[in-house]
Write a new protein. Structure first.
Lengths: 320, 285
């Protein structure tokens, strides 16, 4: 589906761990994933950024060999899920969007039992479980039931569980959705450590800060299609300006202000609550706005983010 | 990160000729030969949380035996089980309650527990994201339900022995029979549960279980019913279980045990087939 590429499709030098071409999933009339191409190199931290319902989770489920693709080709670790489902699953670590920890078991038993599902001997599971409890900073909770853990702890345990089989790729579907800021930072720190050790990460998220934090390279997904691809910095360079000036004039005046200021910025976006002016130098534009006698209620100059890239590509915000 | 370069040909594994196999090897692959991991998980969960619940399920048929076998039994006297062969009322209903206890153990676990794990615990979803297949899940979970049924059965059989209600050495053969009965009810129980999506639907199971318990020649002989109704009763699984077990504990077989064994073998085969197919349809689409 070359026509959906905004940037140019690229082929990686090394054998990719994941390679999809025209990957499609339909449920009856509904097209969940509408022909996407992507490649993930070993050791890379790859992201799928898009709003809820963009087809990210469906893509993850197809890569994770728990969902059958409708058409296209897909290779995971050099294997086709249509012929090697269990082999692929045995070499992936999966962190699903919703926690599905075993609430009847203790924290440590959750890890051991999960390892047993892969056919790993009990002694090896126990040894690895203790290492992972240290890694997830849950060693003091080893004998506690899962329900007693906080949301952030459950998430860390789910990540530890996904590592029990020493996977070649760790797949994280919305890893920090629903967590408070502090818990998110603890989680990101753990994921960074994995990244430093060379673990291949595939992350879906609808948080642009998470994508910027974690991903070397990402695709922007909307309505089951890839809108753009690149590193966070490349995407921002290509699809946005260096800075953004956010102005609020009050909801009734925003649209008119945007018309009056149209010539000051490279691009203007009008959101229900504010006007965004895209420019290389935000402060300079703000000075010009003031010199025209327009007096915004609030103003803010910031660096462009992936949120702006998404807005540019789709005309919509990531979180609606 | 490796710098992307243009031009390397993508590898296409599916360019190789793929032979069509009858047993799926891909996303929906059925079996990893690792049902013991699923069973091990269930045993661990019992040890750490639910053993009190497990224990309580055992007493229900014991109370029935005491209340009806001894209380009511003193008024009823003996029951004719075969032409010219009578046994005390307690010895008549005890094997029926024995079959019920194996059934209960198997059904409790394969219905409500499975329903919870499927819809709220998301346990099977987690299992099937590993190399485990739906047949592993089915065999492991049914195996656990079967074990629970068998443990209830052994417990009740011991109670019967202490009370002198095992009238023949063939009562020993009731043990494998109970395992078979529990296996059959666990298989069908899990299969039916896997198609249920609401609590209301789960109540239908109780609606079937209670009349089956009361009317399957449990407390009085089949001959009480008009001929047409007799056919309905003899089609029920619990009737087969009661007949099979009663023949063994009294030593007076009413009908050939092999017919009952075949009935349960079919139940097991159907139960495992439908459970596996349903798990695959739900979690490996």
């Amino acid at each position: 589906m070359a026509d959906v590429w905004v940037g140019s499709p690229r082929v990686l030098a090394v054998n990719p761990v994941i390679e999809a071409r025209a990957l499609t999933k339909t449920y009856g009339e509904l097209v969940a994933v509408g022909g996407i191409d992507l490649q993930v190199a070993p050791g890379e931290s790859f992201g799928l950024l898009g709003p809820n319902g963009a087809g990210k989770s469906t893509t993850m489920r197809m890569i994770g060999a728990v969902s059958q693709r409708t058409s296209g080709t897909l290779s995971v670790l050099g294997l086709d899920p249509d012929t090697h489902g269990p082999e692929i699953r045995s070499r992936l670590g999966v962190v699903p969007q919703e926690d599905n920890l075993d609430t009847e078991l203790t924290v440590r038993d959750n890890l051991i039992v999960y390892g047993r599902y892969f056919g790993i001997p009990r002694a090896a599971c126990a040894r690895r479980a203790d290492e992972l409890l240290d890694f997830a900073e849950l060693a003091d909770k080893a004998k506690v039931k899962v329900d007693a853990l906080s949301g952030g702890m459950k998430r860390r345990l789910t990540i530890a569980r996904a590592l029990i089989n020493e996977p070649a790729v760790l797949m994280l579907d919305e890893p920090t959705t629903g967590l408070d800021p502090q818990a998110r930072h603890v989680l990101w720190d753990r994921l960074f450590r994995l990244k430093e050790r060379g673990t291949t990460l595939v992350v879906t998220t609808h948080y642009m800060d998470e994508a910027e934090q974690l991903c070397d390279r990402l695709v922007v997904v909307d309505h089951g299609r890839i809108m753009a691809e690149g590193s966070p910095a490349e995407l921002i360079r290509t699809y946005s300006t260096r800075e953004v000036l956010e102005l609020r004039f009050g909801s009734s005046r925003n649209a008119q202000a945007a018309v009056d200021l149209a010539d000051l910025a490279e691009r203007i976006e009008v959101l229900p609550d504010r006007v965004l002016l895209y420019a290389e130098d935000g402060e300079a534009v703000l000075a010009q706005v003031r010199s025209r006698g327009l007096d915004p209620t609030t103003s803010l100059v910031r660096r462009s983010s992936l949120e702006d890239v998404f807005l540019r590509l789709t005309g919509r915000s990531l979180i609606e | 990160m490796t710098a992307p370069v243009q031009g390397e040909a993508p590898r296409h594994d599916d360019a190789l000729p793929v032979r069509r196999r009858r047993v799926p090897r891909g996303v929906g692959a059925l079996y990893a030969g690792n049902a013991r991991a699923v069973l091990g998980r269930a045993l661990l969960a019992t040890r750490s949380s639910t053993w009190m619940v497990v224990l309580s399920g055992f007493f229900e048929p014991v109370f029935y035996l005491l209340a009806m076998g001894y209380g009511l039994g003193t008024y009823i006297g003996d029951v004719e089980v075969a032409p010219g062969r009578t046994v005390a009322y307690a010895a008549y209903i005890a094997p029926a309650l024995l079959a019920v206890s194996a059934m209960n153990g198997a059904v409790y676990d394969s219905t409500w527990n499975v329903f919870f794990k499927m819809h709220f615990g998301k346990l099977y979803q987690a299992m099937l994201a590993t190399s485990i297949g739906p047949l592993d899940v089915a065999l492991g979970e049914i195996g656990y339900a079967l074990l629970r049924g068998a443990v209830y059965g052994v417990g009740f059989l011991t109670v019967m022995q202490v009370m002198g209600l095992n009238l023949s050495w063939t009562a020993l053969l009731a043990l494998p029979a109970l395992v078979l009965v529990a296996f059959a009810f666990a298989s069908v129980g899990m299969a039916i549960t896997s198609f249920m999506s609401t609590f209301q639907q789960m109540d239908w199971i109780n609606l079937v279980m209670l009349p089956m318990f009361l009317f399957s020649a449990t407390f009085y002989p089949l001959s009480v019913y008009p001929p047409l109704l007799q056919h309905v009763i003899t089609a029920l699984p619990l009737w087969h279980a009661v007949e099979l077990v009663r023949g063994l504990t009294t030593g007076i077989p009413g009908s050939s045990p092999w017919g009952h064994v075949a009935y349960f073998a079919v139940m097991i085969a159907l139960g495992i087939t439908f459970t596996t197919r349903r798990l695959r349809a739900l979690f490996l689409r």
